[in-house]
Design a binder for this molecule. Sequence first.
Ligand code: ZN
Length: 398
Amino acid sequence: MNKMKKIVSVVVASLVISALTFPVLAEPSSSYYQNKQNEALQNSQQTQTQLNNVEGEIDEVLQEVANLNASILEYEGQIQQLTEKSQELEKSIAQKEKELAEKKKTLENRLVAMYMKKETTFLDVVLSGNLMNFISNQDLIKQAADYDNKLITEVEELKTSLQNEKEEIEKVKAEKEQKTQELQSLKSQKEQKAANLTEEQKKLESQLSEYKAQAEQYAALERQAIAKEEAAKKAAEEAARKAAASKSSSSSSNTSTSSSSNTVVSSYSGGKLGWPVPSSSRITSQYGYRILFGVKDFHTGIDIGAAQGTNIVAAESGTVILASYGWNGGYGNYVIINHGNGITTRYAHASKLYVSVGQTVSKGQVIAAVGETGNAYGAHLHFETRLNGVHKNPLNYL
Ligand SMILES: [Zn+2]
């Protein structure tokens, strides 16, 4: 995201600024940028995976929405058919009602006729000599009335069955409508889900391009750092070759100097090193094999006994290539000075260090205070002299 980009550029900018302001602080190495680039690539891979998952989910949800849509359409078609059927039944029922009314009217008329015949007196019938006619008329009317009654019952039964059918259809239709509503609400839920997923997809896409941009940025920074490192290495090799060439005339056995320093040091005067503790000349342990707690041990320097806090001075001018507090493999707080010509001196077990790496010191300059840090018993200076990294008896140089 943008925020991340800002943080990255601020960090990069401040690194550049600090590198400019404090030349002592190194610029980040190519491997730092390599790691950062890998981190960004890992992030973009993770984001890509998330994005793929989200896109899969979107496809799924959209498929579900399409299925729901098809179901809804089908239900709506069925509901339409049911509505038409119901309307037809409605018409049929009305028709039956009309029929029923007609049939009732017919029956009524017959009953009236029958009643009127009944009113005729038996005497009237006898007098008219029409007895047989009277009986048969009565019978016919009764038969017709029975028939009408039967028709009415049939039509009523039909009407009831039509009404039942219509009610059944209305019930099914109501169920389908209920179901359609449920499908509709499910569909809108799915559509909402699809919208949310699409939102997430957009975020992931922008995050992804952010991480990719970061990776590219770090790749560019890494290339720059590699170029600088290669240039520095070449320059150092060039300097070493020149130094070797200029010294080959004066000294025959000259290999490369301590690799930890490229600094050109004013040449070692070649004479004597100065005594490192001006206020004490008491050597408490010599260079070479000694028995320490019953164990034969090689002592790589000389020990000069002195009170805690006594000044330690540089034995010769040079450049401080190490000034470190801590246990340091038993050396405790100690300083290494490079004097050139492959010669370095070490000052160990100090209580305090007064110099720092890169600092140029002159012969006799106070650089530390006597102490008993590291693997030391009692305050003393452990003083070492090394030629091309190999310890030598300091007394041969003092
Ligand atoms: Zn020692």
